[in-house]
Write a protein that binds this ligand. Structure first.
Ligand SMILES: Cc1ncc(COP(=O)(O)O)c(C=O)c1O
Length: 419
């Protein structure tokens, strides 16, 4: 009997041990399983929350949708996509630039919280700077030409910016709106440096924060806003499946930042400029020269920007534009921009500003060059709401012989110059 009980105890002990191990093992797996299911769900919820709940004004800027423009896609056989920058809170692509300029200036100490940021802007950048400056606790001053649409000055004032409307003169003139804005920043800086010297206590706190000239034309924060923001977003939204990008240029920040980024990622894609009347960039891209000596800014007798479009076209080479990587350029006319704006509204319900319309003219030029089956991206810079007194004013258009009348895309001149 004694002989047979020993293996029995061993067997029972082994069984007990195995059951204990199995119990603890299953318990721990079950805990992992629960953590895995519900812990991950909690993390995912947090991530989802971060994606959907934005922090403040700055959190709302960028990450704009890419919209397929059905009418132009159907008409060309290409996929025509527009980056809907008009959906930024400030209503334009310039929100991104304002954030980047202010963030970099604050980080470098060139701008202090409470300080004055100044800009010479025909409109959109001023509006964006005014809004973003407030979000960062800064003040904003904008000088703009007095031929810019009146609603632009009204919006700026409503946003709390100090506005100066000045006679449009050449950039070489000391009273060009850009030069006036630069001067206002250095005046604010001088007041900061002279604070305490004869300034009374109350004015001192207001005047002692200094000034910073945003300088969107030459400041490469503009380029970086698009190189780090708009370009990567387009790449991600198209999964890298795009053949061409086309846009007009004002400062050149958009076309330079986007073209540099996209060409680095997709080496065989093409980037093109569409240039409005009165601008020399077409010549620069296609012939390497901007103008004859007589045409240089400052030598012309009249204002060289002979176009209804706003914010695009320029007669000097900016630091931002210099960085653009372009394969060619097209010219666009005012009539084409006006007709395109009407076409987009009628066919797609898209109410676009003048530069967006010109950019869409560019997409059709590129589609005709590349042929059907390509994906072409452009920028829908701002909406038509900012353009009610000129570009979308039937009276103004009639006065300039630009009343739209086309039924389809026949208004697009077949002889699109391209090099
Ligand atoms: C409405 C609008 N569209 C387009 C542009 C041109 O963009 P960029 O300055 O990046 O060349 C501007 C520039 O001021 C603008 O205001």
């Amino acid at each position: 009997m004694g002989e047979s009980r020993t293996p029995d105890i061993v067997a029972k002990g082994t069984l007990f041990l195995a059951a204990t191990i199995a119990f603890f093992y299953c318990g721990s797996r079950w805990k992992w399983f629960l953590q895995d299911r519900f812990g991950c769900a909690a993390d995912e919820k947090e991530r989802q929350r971060k994606r959907t709940v934005k922090t403040g004004l700055v959190g709302l800027i960028g990450n704009t949708p890419l919209v397929k423009i059905k009418s132009l896609s159907d008409a060309t056989g290409c996929e025509i996509l527009g980056k809907a920058e008009f959906l930024n809170p400030g209503g334009s692509v310039k929100d991104r630039v304002a954030v980047k300029i202010i963030q970099e200036a604050l980080a470098s100490g060139a701008l202090r919280v409470g300080g004055l940021i100044t800009e010479g802007s025909a409109g959109s950048t001023g509006v964006s700077l005014a809004m973003v400056a407030a979000a960062y606790g800064c003040e904003c001053y904008v000088a703009l030409p007095d031929d810019a649409a009146i609603e632009k000055a009204q919006i700026l004032e409503a946003l709390g910016a100090r506005v100066e409307r000045v006679r449009p003169v050449s950039i070489t003139h000391k009273d060009h709106f850009v030069n006036i804005a630069r001067r206002r920043a250095s005046e604010a800086e001088s007041r900061r440096l002279n604070r305490g010297k004869g300034t009374d206590q109350e004015n001192e706190s207001k005047e002692s924060r200094g000034g910073f000239f945003a300088d969107q034309f030459e400041n490469l924060a503009n380029f970086r806003a698009h190189y780090e923001g708009t370009g990567p977003e387009i790449l991600q939204q198209t999964s890298g499946q795009l053949d061409a990008f086309v846009a007009a240029a004002g400062t050149g920040g958009t076309i330079a930042g986007v073209s540099c980024f996209l060409k680095e990622q997709i080496p065989n894609m093409k980037c093109y400029l569409i240039d409005p009347p009165g601008s020399s960039l077409f010549n620069r891209v296609t012939r390497g020269v901007m103008y004859t000596r007589e045409e240089a800014e400052g030598k012309r007798l009249k204002n060289p920007f002979d176009t209804i479009t706003e914010g695009i076209g320029i007669n000097r080479l900016t630091e931002n534009f210099k960085l653009a990587r372009l394969d060619g350029a097209f010219r666009g006319t005012d009539r084409e921009a006006v007709e395109m704006a009407r076409y987009l509204l009628r066919k797609d319900g898209l109410f676009m500003g003048s530069s967006s319309a010109m950019n869409c003219v560019g997409t059709v030029r590129v589609a005709r060059l590349l042929g059907p089956g390509h994906t072409i991206v452009t920028v829908l810079c701002d909406s038509g709401v900012r353009h009610l007194s000129k570009f979308h004013n039937p009276g103004y258009l009639a006065e300039h012989g630009l009343t739209p009348s086309a039924k389809g895309l026949e208004f697009l001149e077949a002889s699109s110059e391209m090099k």
